[in-house]
Design a protein around this ligand. Structure first.
Ligand code: HEM
Length: 57
């Protein structure tokens, strides 16, 4: 499966997706295990970082 392109995605969407993986309200094994390790602050920082990257197309 391809990874979705995160660059330039909405910050709120990225944060809520990572929280959904952490809470297991959204299920994809690889993402659930990564998100389980993240604090709220780390999720906020990751979402801000990816949201501010220039989309590749
Ligand atoms: C080896 C590492 C990774 C793999 C194999 C992987 C794989 C995937 C896959 C296949 C999906 C789609 C799953 C679904 O439909 O629910 C996904 C979604 C996502 N991943 Fe990852 N991921 C990895 C690392 C990361 C990292 C480091 C981040 C950091 C922020 C991240 C953030 C996200 C987000 C926000 C989504 C939801 C995107 C959307 O709904 O458009 N992933 N990942």
């Amino acid at each position: 499966m391809e990874h979705p392109n995160l660059a330039g995605q909405k910050e709120a969407y990225l944060a809520s997706s990572l929280k959904a993986y952490r809470d297991r309200t959204r299920n994809f094994a690889m993402m659930n295990s990564i998100a389980a390790l993240l604090t709220d602050e780390e999720i906020a920082n990751l979402a801000a970082y990816y949201a501010h990257l220039k989309p590749c197309k």
